[in-house]
Ligand binder design. Structure first.
Ligand code: CO
Ligand code: CO
Ligand code: CO
Length: 324
């Protein structure tokens, strides 16, 4: 949203800015020297699940993910906290921050500070700084005809979180979706560096099709998604059929529907899943088709067990996402 509001305001020009706010990418990137670029990102949100420790893990995994999506290595982090201390007390906050630290340790990222304010509504997240070699930086632009598209986590967390709020999800489903959201994109990011990946982003609030639209827009390519191949949490299909579709999925759809051509046999449920806003979703990346199967196997072997090849980049058309 901020880049749209800032669209006609010129920032200070600086030739060292490799990725600026105008690019609608995952993070900002600033060149330090020939071998090093700084990656900076910030993410925070209101609790999506009841367990404070798990909320901390998820929010940290989500904040770290933008560094991984650029091919970077996170190094330092700062907490961002808005908290109603009178209402919730310090134990809950301690649990949230501890969950965040668990994930930072796993990411080998050091917490070096933070800022907190009193607020009626609890919000928690992190600003994360990392590094990348400028030649191994992945942005959300760069898909080429002949690329296969790979997704490393299943879709449906937004729909399931809506069902959790509605009291309909079983404890097993809550556990499963919590662990999935708390899973770092660290290994997936490391694996992709040994392949000729053309572009990468992580799937978050705009959903698969919203983020894909950002990657396709203005690039003279069109992509085809094979809906049968897209990994989806089975519970998400059930809850979507019952109407537990978050408002964000409808917003994502109305924002990008002109770019999306749905085959007549795509169900409204599948369409909602493809636009479902994800929390700490997987990486979406492109690589030449001849490397895709090997890359997929490698990602699965390194723990991204749901990884699938979900479609391809076609030459014909412009700014079009075909769903077949
Ligand atoms: Co992102
Ligand atoms: Co982000
Ligand atoms: Co990126």
């Amino acid at each position: 949203m901020l880049n749209r509001i800032l669209a006609d305001i010129d920032p200070l020009p600086d030739s060292r800015v490799l990725v600026g706010f105008d690019k609608a990418d995952d993070a900002g990137v600033y060149l330090l020297d020939k071998k090093t670029a700084l990656i900076q990102t910030v993410d925070f949100f209101t609790p999506i699940i009841d367990d404070p420790y798990d909320f901390g893990r998820i929010s940290a995994a989500n904040a770290l993910s933008d560094i991984y999506a650029m091919g970077g290595v996170p190094k330092t982090a700062m907490n961002i906290v808005a908290y109603p201390m009178q209402k919730l007390g310090k134990d809950i906050l301690r649990a949230v921050l501890s969950g965040g630290i668990e994930k930072l340790k796993e990411a080998e990222t050091v917490l070096i500070g933070g800022h907190s304010i009193e607020d009626d509504e609890f919000k928690y997240g992190l600003s994360v700084t990392g590094f990348v070699h400028p030649q191994h930086l992945y942005t959300n632009k760069g898909f080429r005809p002949g690329d296969s598209l790979i997704l490393t986590k299943p879709l449906g967390t937004g729909i399931i979180n809506t069902a959790i709020k509605g009291g309909l999800a079983s404890p097993e489903t809550i556990l499963k979706v919590t662990d999935l959201m708390a899973e770092l994109n660290k290994n997936a990011s490391e694996v992709m560096k040994s392949y000729p990946v053309t572009a990468c982003t992580d799937i978050t609030g705009f959903g698969l099709l919203g983020h894909l639209a950002e990657m396709v827009l203005g690039t003279d390519i069109c992509v085809t998604i094979e809906s049968q191949s897209v990994p989806v949490l089975p519970e998400a299909l059930e809850f979507a059929a019952m109407g537990f579709v978050p408002a964000g999925a409808h917003r994502n759809r109305s924002f990008r529907q002109e770019m999306v051509k749905l085959a007549p046999d795509i169900s409204p449920i599948m369409r909602d899943v493809l636009f479902d806003p994800q929390t700490s979703g997987g990486l979406l990346l492109g690589c030449p088709a001849k490397h895709a199967v090997e890359l997929k196997k490698h990602l699965i072997a390194k723990g991204a067990q749901h990884t699938a090849i979900i479609g391809k980049v076609d030459g014909q058309g412009k700014d079009i996402i075909n769903i077949v």
